[in-house]
Design a binder for this molecule. Structure first.
Ligand SMILES: Nc1ncnc2c1ncn2[C@@H]1O[C@H](COP(=O)(O)OP(=O)(O)OP(=O)(O)O)[C@@H](O)[C@H]1O
Ligand SMILES: [Mg+2]
Length: 262
């Protein structure tokens, strides 16, 4: 199905790599809620295996951008491509596209009445069509990956917030997504629980997962990101390596933001 907008629009300076290596390609994306414009003409590529951290002040549009990327919100204009698939084309299979993108939110939303293992296995039977046995084995493997194999039979309420968030990560990973989106995955956690979740995210990044991570953890962005994008007033106003963002910030709003958070 051909997209309504052509692919020869403006390409950002961040899009130097060949088209084939972009896992996710966003072109001229805009979104408004009523009269409030939240995303303005965003063009962005995320390369395969890249970890992109999104930082910026409250209300700058970070969450809205992530929600547009997996079509939880419908953009008003622009194009989103996941590999070869145009997600914004008329008639695009939204459910199929979503199954290829994992999302982890601030609140983990586990089902309290199901075991940890069942929480992870649920979509594997209902969406991926696995048998219960296959789903259980896959769930165990991903719980092991986040260090929680021993908790498979427990209810989520028996786990700490950090452990529950790692279950939510395992649940997303079990779907074998091509891209993982994290929206402030550690913001609701007590400080001492943050580091285990960040360690899992760091392992994923090092293991070659393609990730877009909205975070207030500047240490994580500095160490784990390949690039950092600074969002401001619905635009990506800077995008560069962590070193250049954190040490060579030119943009006054970025400098002001970093002065507040570092
Ligand atoms: N469903 C909605 N309806 C109306 N306005 C919305 C909606 N969702 C977000 N907004 C507005 O869009 C703007 C961007 O919100 P968004 O949640 O994307 O910001 P953010 O950068 O994630 O901020 P934070 O760091 O506080 O999470 C804000 O002004 C917000 O009030
Ligand atoms: Mg947000």
């Amino acid at each position: 199905m051909s997209p309504t907008t052509t692919g020869d629009g403006p390409v950002s300076s961040a899009a130097e790599a060949p088209a084939t290596s972009a896992a996710l390609r966003v072109t001229a994306l805009s979104k408004s809620y009523g009269r409030t414009t939240v995303l303005r003409d965003i063009t962005l590529d995320i390369q395969r295996g890249e970890t992109l951290c999104l930082i910026g002040p409250s209300g700058s549009g970070k969450s809205t951008l992530l929600k547009c990327l997996n079509l939880l919100e419908r953009p008003d204009a622009g194009e989103i491509r996941l590999g070869e698939t145009c997600l914004t084309a008329p008639g695009a299979d939204v459910d199929a596209a979503r199954a290829r993108i994992g999302m982890v939110f601030q609140h983990f939303n586990l089902f309290p009445h199901m075991s940890v293992e069942r929480n992870v296995a649920l979509a594997l039977t209902s969406v991926k069509g696995m048998t219960r046995e296959q789903a259980r084995a896959t769930a165990r493997r991903h719980l092991d990956e986040v260090g929680l194999a021993a908790f498979a039979r427990q209810r989520p309420s028996r786990l700490s917030g950090g452990q529950q968030q790692r279950v939510a990560i395992a649940r997303a990973l079990a779907m074998e997504p091509e891209v993982m989106l994290f929206d402030e995955a550690t913001s609701a956690l007590d400080p001492e629980l943050v580091k285990d979740v960040l360690a899992v995210m760091r392992d994923l990044a090092q293991g070659g997962m393609t990730m877009a991570v909205v975070t207030h953890e500047m240490g994580f962005a500095q160490e784990a990101a390949d690039r950092v994008a600074f969002m401001c007033d619905g635009r990506i106003s800077e995008i560069d390596t962590p070193d250049r963002i954190f040490e060579g910030a030119q943009h006054p709003r970025l400098r002001q933001f970093l002065n507040q958070v570092l």
